[in-house]
Ligand binder design. Structure first.
Ligand code: NAD
Length: 381
């Protein structure tokens, strides 16, 4: 397959590029370094620095002999994306290129405007460029489990059969996001569903939970190929953040009661899911939706797990409940269906003591570069 990865410099984008390249696909990555720029702007530097995309592609070629072509530009810019799609003519498009942080989207008016115009702008341009240049290509779009919120009923996989006054119809499962970022993902889903119905596009929308981890099959032997690893409150995901807090001797920041429950997955499983989605494309006029998670945890469960495994690695880990800066339920029902990807062949890598210990060991290696002031700053909404 000719695979175009939008957002190929990101936490998920770069590992995905290497994974598809290792499987023999022709891969091109696109990025405008928005994430690196926002990290600089908000002083949210990562645990270690990562080479730029051109350098990463060179290093990957040294190891694998495979080419990954690199395109730097803003996907909100129609002229850029138009010529990119015209030249590359992808079979599969993996769309990661968004502002992915809930706290960033709630930080200021400027941050909210950037999130809205960037996220909706990229998704709109991707659909229009597909129509122009590759209407039969398969778009795999990263959504989030956060689109559903925390309803008091089971969360189905994308769709809900509704019976009303003796009649019934299948609709998109109701969405009630908890941040502006998550709301842009809801808008993306609506936009895609409209164009699937109207133009017969082929789309898979992956409702992904928070991802954790560093290692993949492709990066274990060279740290220069590791993904960017954020540990700050704005761009870090909770398991990665707690590991860094544990290593830094910073009390784990549990928000309020800590009963907030979400579905999580290992970075290795994101790669498996993307490959399975690409190998099992949606038909023309079909939107497939999968809930992409392998297990659910409350924040308290994660904190306890990090504390226990941290102890095995010589860390004295304290857990501290702090006032919740977010508007969210701290105790709630949570039961999301997630059988679709398992049925396609996903073999989960669970959060075992060993898996957590591996991440802890890597973070210990970079302990001296942790800046305590970046860990928590209390972005409120
Ligand atoms: N990481 C997670 O836990 C997680 C969970 C659920 C969903 N997601 C979704 O997966 C996707 C990837 O997440 P991530 O953690 O890798 O984020 P990331 O910020 O590390 O990667 C996104 C990349 O897209 C690029 N980008 C953004 N706007 C762009 C534009 N206009 N033009 C070109 N490039 C642009 C950024 O520079 C960045 O490198 C996001 O859409 C995110 O919402 C991530």
């Amino acid at each position: 397959m000719r695979v175009l990865i939008l957002g190929g410099d990101g936490y998920l984008g770069w590992p995905t590029a290497m994974h598809f390249s290792a499987k023999g696909h022709e891969v091109a990555v696109v990025d405008n370094y928005l994430r690196r720029n926002l990290a600089r702007e908000t002083d949210s530097g990562a645990l270690y620095s990562t080479p730029n995309l051109h350098e990463r592609a060179e290093i990957w070629k040294e190891h694998s002999g495979e080419n990954i072509s690199v395109h730097i530009g803003d996907l909100c810019d129609w002229d850029f994306i138009n010529s990119l799609f015209a030249e590359f003519k992808p079979d599969t498009i993996i769309h990661y290129a968004e502002q992915p942080s809930a706290p960033y989207s709630m930080l200021s008016t400027a941050a909210a405007r950037l999130t809205l115009s960037n996220n909706i702008g990229v998704t709109g341009n991707v659909v229009l460029a597909m129509k122009e240049h590759c209407p039969d290509a398969h778009l795999i779009k990263l959504g989030t489990m956060g689109e559903y919120g925390t309803p008091n009923i089971d969360i189905e996989e994308g769709w809900l059969e509704v019976e009303h006054k003796g009649r019934s119809q299948k609709f998109l499962y109701p969405r009630q996001a908890g941040s502006l970022y998550h709301t842009t993902k809801v808008m993306d889903t609506d936009l895609l569903w409209f164009y699937v119905r109207t133009w017969g596009l082929r789309v898979t929308d992956l409702m992904q939970g928070p991802v954790y981890g560093i290692f993949t099959d492709e990066n274990g032997h060279d740290d220069r190929l590791l993904p960017c690893f954020a540990y700050d409150e704005i761009f870090g995901t909770v398991i990665n953040r707690f590991v860094v807090q544990a290593v830094a001797g910073y009390p784990l920041t549990v928000y309020g009661k800590g009963g907030q429950t979400r579905g999580y997955l290992n970075l290795k499983d994101t790669l498996q899911c993307l490959l399975l989605a690409a190998e099992n494309p949606a038909d023309s006029g079909e939107m497939k939706i999968y809930n992409q998670l392998t297990e659910t945890f409350s924040v308290n469960e994660i904190a306890d797990h990090v504390q226990r495994v941290g102890k095995q690695h010589g860390l004295d880990v304290e857990i501290k409940s702090i006032e919740n800066p977010r508007k969210e339920l701290e105790e709630h029902y949570y039961n999301p269906a997630h059988t679709g990807l398992l049925d396609l062949g996903l073999k989960p890598n669970y959060l075992t003591d060993e898996a957590l210990g591996e991440i802890i060991q890597k973070v210990i290696q970079y302990k001296d570069s942790i800046v305590q002031g970046r860990i928590f700053r209390g972005v409120k909404w």
